[in-house]
Design a protein around this ligand. Structure first.
Ligand code: TXA
Ligand code: MG
Length: 341
């Protein structure tokens, strides 16, 4: 199929395509999504095919405002409205009991559904114009780093989807935080743009799902099925080096081979001279600016796939604030191969 590239002035076209059952790449503030009408089973099946996504991995429904929650969810606790009031539109997905109108293919047969209201004007306008909830996973081919620029969408989805809307680079750069409100206390299933600290301000106690901080053991199932899969991974194996930035930079400088890839904080550029070496060095951002690191991480991981590196070494922030999301994505890209120094 030929993929149409749409600009921000062609949102009616994007909305009509969605309504008619087409697959459309859409920008959000977190990452680009691969959208389809969330009430159209056949269209949603197309998402799984285009991504090569396992059928047991449910999708998030995107809605333009909190007043659509009741259409697709039941037994909505007051906490959901409190979170929506504070963080929507924004990078927060809530898991709630679903209504029967949500097709099984969206929820992978679960009796819950993930819902989020994105903070991207282009995206919300498309949803409003289409007047349907938009089911959208991240727009990468399954297993790859999520797309945060329209070029990433082109790399992964050209010829596989009907259209891609260019909304510029994504502001946040990592996917939404997922909070499960169907258990007590609420449980963080995936860290993202809304931090654990922010969630606790509204909810009090929040548990962290084990899949956020470690790999799953054989037979163990995380509550967010997607957290079980190898993910965010460039072709070359990644090793995360964790600890104080000066120490991790020094460790990597000592251990990285001449042809390896290095993902480091901006301050350590001088430790990794690239002249006369086939080493590939990408920058995560300043060590003190975790927002910048979140913004850059997927672009940097993807960039290694355009090189010939056979191993990648990465520095990693501490887990406070959005550092938890950055560390989670890096650790998952590394299959939790982490060296503490
Ligand atoms: O920021 C985001 O959330 C992006 C943009 C496009 O909105 N979307 C995104 O979707 O990251 P995806 O499909 O790549 O990741 C959704 C995650 C998966 O790990 C999936 O297993 C989990 O959410 N999930 C979806 N519905 C769920 C449910 N009912 N219960 C538990 N986990 C669920
Ligand atoms: Mg994804």
């Amino acid at each position: 199929m030929e993929t149409k590239y749409l600009t921000q002035t062609e949102l009616h076209t994007a909305a009509c395509l969605l309504k008619e059952g087409a697959l459309v790449g859409i920008p959000t503030e977190t990452v680009y999504g691969l959208g389809a009408n969330g009430l159209d089973e056949a269209a949603v099946r197309g998402i799984f095919a285009a991504k090569g996504r396992p059928q047991d991995n449910p999708l998030i429904l995107h809605i333009p405002s909190a007043d659509w929650l009741q259409r697709y969810c039941r037994d909505i606790p007051p906490a959901a409205y409190a979170l929506a009031e504070r963080f929507w539109p924004g990078p927060l997905t809530m898991i709630l009991p679903r209504k029967a109108c949500v097709p099984d293919v969206v929820t992978a047969g679960l009796d819950t559904v993930g819902v989020r209201c994105p903070d991207h004007e282009v995206c919300r306008q498309i949803i409003r114009l289409a007047d349907v909830p938009v089911a959208a996973p991240s727009g990468n081919r399954s297993g790859k780093p999520s797309p945060t620029r329209v070029e990433h969408m082109r790399e992964d989805m050209d010829g596989r989807v009907d259209a891609i809307v260019d909304g510029g680079p994504c502001r946040v750069g990592v996917e939404s935080t997922i909070i499960d409100l169907t258990c007590t206390p609420p449980r963080l299933l995936r860290p993202g743009g809304i931090t654990l600290e922010q969630l606790r301000e509204v909810l009090g106690q929040v548990e962290i799902d084990p899949a956020v901080v470690r790999g799953m053991k054989a037979g163990e199932k995380p509550r967010a099925p997607g957290m079980a899969y190898r993910h965010y991974a460039p072709e070359a194996p990644v090793t995360v080096v964790s600890g104080a930035p000066e120490k991790t930079a020094a460790y990597i400088a000592q251990h990285a081979g001449e042809q390896d890839g290095v993902l480091c904080f901006d301050e350590y550029i001088a430790l990794f001279p690239v002249q006369d070496s086939r080493r590939q060095v990408k920058y995560l951002g300043p060590s003190g600016d975790k927002g910048a690191q979140a913004h850059n991480i997927f672009d940097a991981l993807r960039a290694f796939d355009h090189t010939k590196v056979t191993a990648i070494w990465a520095q990693c922030p501490d887990e406070r604030d959005i550092g938890l999301a950055v560390a989670n994505r890096l650790n998952k890209a590394a299959g939790f191969r982490i060296i503490e120094v």
